[in-house]
Structures are given as C-alpha cells and as structure tokens.
Design a protein around this ligand. Structure first.
Ligand code: AMP
Ligand code: MG
Length: 327
C-alpha cells in the first residue's frame, strides 16, 4: 500500500495558484477569453461547446498518444482536437469557434520543452467556403485586435513583468517550408524534406523574428489527411503554421480541408487507422462534403506569449506536464 506521506505532493497546485505570477496569468487569460469572444462575435462567428469524447479524434498529433476508453462496449476517444467535428459544424453555420479542451499524452521528451501540456485548450475556428489565404487574413485581423485590447486592459500586470507586447499588423510574412528545411540545416538541425519541423527549429526561427510569421507550402504527405492538396501544385498541401516572434515558437496550425473521400480513405488506411472510427466522417463527406478552412490557436501558449513567461505550466490553473503526476 502507498503511504499517504509518500504520496504527498511537494508543491501542490492548490498552494501554487496563490502565487502572484500564476494569478496574473489566469487574470490575463480571463481577458484573452473575454475579448476573443467579443471580437469573434463582431466577425460573425457562432460559439459552440466543443465535444469532449467521441468515436474518432485527430490522429495527426506529432508523436503524442490519444486516450481511448470503453464506452458501453465501444471504443471512444478523448478529443485530441475537434477538427473532424468542426467540419460537421460548418455544414450548419458559416463561421464557428470553440474553446475546445484537448488531451494528448505527449512524449516524455516534451516535458521540458516549456510549451507542451497533456491537457490544453485550443481556440478552434472554422469558416465555410473560405481559403487558406482567407483564414490567414482573418487570423491576422483577430490577433491584432486581441493583442491590442489585452495590452490595454492588462497594462499593469504586463508592466510588472517588463513585458513590452508588440501589436502586430498584417500581412504577416509567409515562409515556405522548403526554406525552413534549408535554414534548419544551416542552423545545425538537419531534417528530411517532409518531416514535421522540430520544435527546436521553430524556436530558433522564432528567436530571429520580431513579428509573427506563417510557414506555408508543406509538402504532400507531411501532415494530417484533412488538409487539401494544392490544386496549383499537387506536391504541396494547403496548410500553414503561425509562429510567434522572440522565441515563443508555434502559435497555431490550420489550413484548407480535404473533401476528396477517396484520398482520405487511402491516407487513413495507409497510416494504419481503424476506418470504423471514421465511418461517420467518411459518410458525411461522401454525402455532402463542405469546403471550409480554419485553424486552432493554443490558449495557454497565447497566454504565455502575452506575458512573456518562460514556461507554459504557469499559464493554466492545473497543468499536466508529460509524465508528471499532478492534480
Ligand atoms: P496542432 O494541431 O498540434 O498544431 O495544435 C494546434 C495548436 O494547439 C498548436 O499550434 C499549439 O498552439 C497548441 N498545442 C498543440 N499541442 C499542445 C500541447 N501539447 N500543449 C499546449 N499547447 C499545444
Ligand atoms: Mg501544429
């Protein structure tokens, strides 16, 4: 039997949340949530409550594992992202968003990355009949408005941390993936064309930037089955990442959604996914595939960026770092 003494946590979170830095982060996050809702309402987005469990969830999560459990005799997943459900919702509304909880068992190697949690929230946006270019433009408008308001309303807190938040206006620079591979090579992080960009590389690139920037033109086969192939160049996908400046790394990923059921079917099969889990999704696309585009912005990473904090675990009330037992 485990003794209660041995099981006692060193610094329980219910004590740590009394610290000024954590209370400040949660106060700033409150403003981020509130102002995001106002801006998105003005931009005519409908807020939905995100699903938490379901038969399928996003498999393209960079080496992290999804959590499965028995749901009355069937296998269910806890959402690793609500991407597939956004594609269902966009059939009913032109623009939707959710502050969606995600659970991903991140590899232990990410424990000290300062930006990975096993439980986090995404601000998930999806827009009907929009292109990847439209999404980038709307995100630039949204971020500029949001950072302006958060800076204004949280001035006192930010000044306690000497945080001089830059309010970026669009268009943000767009760097093609192929150029990132070359830069990674010259910075001593060799990567193969087609690999996901290692987070160390993102951080290095981000250190040299003084404004957020997009990474575009990912090669076909490098990312999730739900990204559309670029019709002008089938060797590329219509997907992008947004990178924060000053070393804060990835802010968001997104793109234009694939509606070609045969291609999705092929890619799911090729990656060893259980097609039964995706039956509803494939059926939906077959019946009436809806063109849409969108992205997901990590809320805790955004909070960290606004405050300029060193680690993400200060930016949520009850952080779950990979491999760390906590409340
Ligand atoms: P992804 O679909 O993996 O690109 O995730 C979308 C966004 O969610 C990322 O751009 C990050 O801002 C955020 N995110 C992804 N994984 C994590 C994680 N393990 N911890 C915190 N935020 C995350
Ligand atoms: Mg990503």
């Amino acid at each position: 039997m485990i003794s209660t003494q041995k099981n006692k946590m060193k610094n329980p979170r219910y004590m740590e949340i009394l610290q000024k830095n954590i209370r400040d982060a949660l106060s700033v996050q409150h403003v981020i949530l509130l102002e995001s809702r106002k801006i998105l309402d003005d931009l005519r987005f409908i807020e939905v409550l995100a699903p938490v469990i379901g038969p399928s969830s996003d498999p393209g999560i960079r080496g992290a594992k999804r959590v499965s459990f028995d749901y009355y005799g069937k296998q269910y997943k806890i959402m690793s992202s609500m991407i597939l459900y956004k594609q269902a919702l966009i059939r009913a509304f032109d623009n939707v968003y959710a502050f969606a909880p995600n659970v991903r068992l991140e590899p232990l190697a990410n424990t000290n990355s300062d930006r990975h949690l096993c439980e986090f929230y995404q601000l998930d946006l999806e827009m009907k009949d929009k292109t990847i270019e439209d999404v980038m433009k709307i995100t630039e408008i949204f971020l500029e408005k949001l950072l302006y308001k958060v800076d204004l309303l949280c001035k006192d807190i930010l000044s306690d941390y000497n945080r001089n938040l830059i309010i970026p206006s669009g268009p943000f620079p767009k760097i093609p993936y192929s150029k990132i591979v070359d830069i990674a090579d010259s910075e001593g992080f060799p990567m193969l064309y087609g690999d996901e960009i290692p987070w160390e590389v993102e951080v290095e690139l981000s250190k040299h930037a003084c404004k957020p920037f997009w990474i575009v033109d990912y090669p076909a086969g490098s990312r999730g089955f739900y990204y559309k192939v670029n019709p002008d160049d089938p060797s590329l996908l219509l997907t992008m990442d947004l990178i924060y400046p000053h070393g804060f790394g990835e802010a968001s990923s997104g793109g234009e959604r694939e509606t070609d059921v045969r291609r999705i079917h092929y890619l799911l099969r090729e990656s060893g996914e259980n097609l039964e889990e995706y039956a509803w999704y494939l059926e939906m696309l077959k019946t009436d595939g809806q063109n849409s585009a969108g992205l997901g912005i990590g809320v805790e990473r955004l909070t960290r960026y606004v405050l300029g904090f060193d680690t993400i675990d200060k930016c949520t009330a009850f952080p779950k770092k990979p491999g760390v037992y906590s409340i």
